[in-house]
Write a protein that binds this ligand. Structure first.
Ligand code: PLP
Length: 350
């Protein structure tokens, strides 16, 4: 038996399957149904996405976020094209070159910008850097919502980026690893944050929202999805027992758990931020806008916390800790963490 593991703050993919996703998985586990997505669960989940996003979009399901992003980007690019993304973008730093691999070489062009966000100016700077035949032609802008540092693109910021995209005939891809948290935090409709603000393709993550695995790729412009199912199959991303990705998705959507989970995680992060900031010497690294809290702490303090058994990411420079809240985060666990952060600081800072 594996012992009961206490909740951690390393990532929202440390959490298990939420009750609604599990319940629908169990319901789907009855009898024989057609394979490869030709089943009723997949039809219902797909239709639900169309209702939720208020548009007749094309919907595909894959196993994970790396595949969703890479295949979506590959479908928007020729091999001689390039994708503009932020320097902290998951597609750049955490996908082992998969976007370049699946696009047969489309290069990622890295832009800077405060708080993990691209701006029209940072995109223009890259676009105008060169326009000759020797430079991979920019074709796509890739945004992450919420960003890798837990911040949000506002509607105005999305629209401003869309203006640049229109001017240069770029497509806009959105990595929605924490898209539900963005919807919950912004209190705007999924449509407003995506296609109404110029997003062409959204990779909507189910895993971090409470599923065991599974991402939905939504093409708001259906013409961009031509032959996409073949691309998924060739990449090894066509689940034959598709119902076990689509049924839990339907569970999240139909019960409202997708938004409740995200709201809960965001509320937990709000509370965690408030409690941490009450401790002397604690400073935020980035504004907290959704379910992640980034704080600056000395290396010794971080090590002390790790020795106490806490798991968190420290990949954003030395001295920083990322605490990520999830659907299963509890106030008791936050209070324990905060008490240990306070203790660690007292122990290591003088
Ligand atoms: C978690 C995450 C993904 C998906 O990663 P996989 O491990 O491939 O599922 C994509 N983008 C961002 C920003 C993420 O945080």
């Amino acid at each position: 038996m594996i012992s009961n593991n206490p909740e951690q703050f390393a990532s929202d993919n440390y959490s298990g399957i939420c009750p609604e996703a599990l319940e629908y998985t169990l319901q789907a586990n009855s009898g024989s149904v057609p394979a490869y997505g030709n089943d009723e669960w997949t039809q219902r989940a797909t239709d639900y996405f169309r209702d939720l996003f208020e548009i007749d979009c094309e919907v595909f399901f894959v196993f994970n976020g790396t595949a969703a992003n890479s295949l979506a980007l590959a479908s928007l690019c020729q091999s001689y094209h390039s994708v503009v993304c932020h320097e902290t973008a998951h597609v750049e730093t955490d996908e082992c070159g998969a976007p370049e691999f699946f696009s047969n070489g489309s290069k990622l062009l890295i832009a800077k910008g405060e708080n993990g966000k691209l701006t029209p100016a940072s995109i223009e700077a890259i676009v105008h850097k060169r326009n000759d035949i020797h430079y991979p032609k920019p074709k796509v802008i890739s945004l992450t919502q919420t960003t890798e540092v837990g911040t949000l693109y506002s509607i105005d910021e999305l629209v401003a980026i869309h203006e640049v995209a229109k001017q240069h005939q770029f497509k806009v891809h959105m990595d929605g690893a924490r898209f539900a948290n963005a919807v919950a935090a912004m209190e705007r409709s999924p449509a407003e944050i995506t296609w109404k603000s110029g997003v062409d393709v959204l990779c909507f993550c189910g895993t971090k929202n409470g599923m065991a695995m599974g991402e939905a790729i939504l093409f708001f412009d259906k013409t961009l999805a031509e032959d996409f199912s073949y691309r998924c199959k060739q990449a090894g991303q066509l689940a034959s027992k598709m119902r076990f990705i689509s049924a839990p998705w339907l569970g999240l959507l139909e019960t409202g758990a997708w938004l409740n989970n995200a709201r809960h995680a965001n509320r937990c992060a709000t509370y965690l931020e408030e409690r941490l900031l009450a401790i002397a010497h604690v400073e935020l690294l980035f504004p907290r806008q959704a379910n992640a809290v980034f704080i600056k702490l000395p290396e010794a303090t971080l090590q002390h916390l790790q020795q106490k058994g806490w798991q968190f990411y420290t990949f954003i420079g030395v001295g920083g800790a990322r605490f990520m809240c999830s659907w299963n985060t509890t106030q008791e666990r936050i209070d324990e963490l905060v008490a240990d952060v306070k203790g660690a600081i007292e122990h290591t800072v003088n």
